[in-house]
Design a protein around this ligand. Sequence first.
Ligand SMILES: NC(=O)c1ccc[n+]([C@@H]2O[C@H](COP(=O)([O-])OP(=O)(O)OC[C@H]3O[C@@H](n4cnc5c(N)ncnc54)[C@H](O)[C@@H]3O)[C@@H](O)[C@H]2O)c1
Length: 433
Amino acid sequence: MAENAQYDICVMGLGYIGLPTAAMLSTSGAMVLGVDTNASVVDTVGRGDIHIEEPGLKMIVHAAIGSGRLRTAVAAGPADVFIIAVPTPITPDKHADMACVVGAAEAIVPHLRAGNLVILESTSPPGTCADLVRPILEKSGLKVGESLYLAHCPERVLPGRILAELIANDRVIGGFDRASAERARAVYARFVDGEIFLTDTTTAEMVKIIENTYRDVNIALANETALICEKLGIDFWDVARYANRHPRVQLHHAGPGVGGHCISVDPWFLVERFPEDTPIIGLARQRNDAMPAHVVDKILEIVGDRPNPVIAALGLAYKGNVDDLRESPALEVVRLLREKNCEVRVHDPLVKHAPFEVLPLEACLRNADCAVILTAHDAYAQLDPAWAATLMCDRNVYDTHHLIDCNAWRGAGFNVLLHGSGKPRNIVNYKQQ
Ligand SMILES: NC(=O)c1ccc[n+]([C@@H]2O[C@H](COP(=O)([O-])OP(=O)(O)OC[C@H]3O[C@@H](n4cnc5c(N)ncnc54)[C@H](O)[C@@H]3O)[C@@H](O)[C@H]2O)c1
């Protein structure tokens, strides 16, 4: 295709969301331009390769590039539809950082023509389409609602299952007006099997944020329950198992904290804008953010007064079976342990690029005083305790995810600590299996 070719769809941002979406759209027959400001991403994808780990993604990107219906570039070009799928992180002082959305919206302004549709996919604070994106697009001289269409179509896929969920999940599309919503529906109907619901942009923005806030608040409740169980000398996992037999209760999983680009970030968008109305949401965030420090306290209890204990940190990614490090509580655990003069050796079977050295499993465990499972990777559930016992200096394992078979590890001579599980006190300790 020539330099200034007209594409059907231009996708801004080729990350976990933009790249699968671009590949899926091109597979559906659209001519797609995938744009990323990171030249190495553009090169990698342009060769039909991928720069992130996601099952099945390499195959469809390779096919899309091979078919000629997916091209990549560092700059936007003319298209009928523009999809913005760039990061929306928070600043260290917990404000929504909309710089990438602003940058992407500004970059498409010179290419806008009457009749174009712009879809914001990035998770954004309620009001972003109307108050931030619309004025930028109108710098083109075109008016949203008259000669331009604008919609928000938030993404709710689960990393590790992105391709399947892109197709199967229901979508909520918020249009600046009905015509915008209908046009956006036609774009997603190319590959979405789930039901598509149409609403206004601010409702769609709020739906996405509250989905993640719901998860965050419920995880905070689980974590708080786990801390109480530790003090009571009972097992959180038993409590959760039995409580969840109630037909209207779904206690979430406790763990070492909440990470990722979504759940640990999006609730702040509400706290920032409505500080007086969000005490529960704000406290839940603080509870989850405090969990890494709790994990560190537990590890220090395990290793006692040993000087410079060696800790094998198993897992860096923010959740199991993905390579994503963003906001990972494991990073914070490692940082805090090093602050406490621990020698921390890190392993993760999936993470390729980390802020510190990632070792092979054997080197990580060798001579360790305590192994701590920080990420629920399947590989750790299968770890052989007898093999680990031959490597480690002291047989201590701390499972922050209820991942390992505690009895098997105890059988191999390990002192096992399970997150949310306290030492039995003055109770008759029997368990119905
Ligand atoms: N990752 C998820 O599981 C997930 C799920 C639901 C929603 N979201 C939301 O989707 C959005 C994108 O997230 P992601 O995980 O794909 O991010 P990502 O960091 O994986 O990818 C974003 C890409 O955008 C590029 N970029 C930044 N500014 C740009 C610009 N101005 N023009 C073009 N490219 C630019 C970056 O170089 C990067 O490659 C975020 O708002 C996120 O909250 C993510």
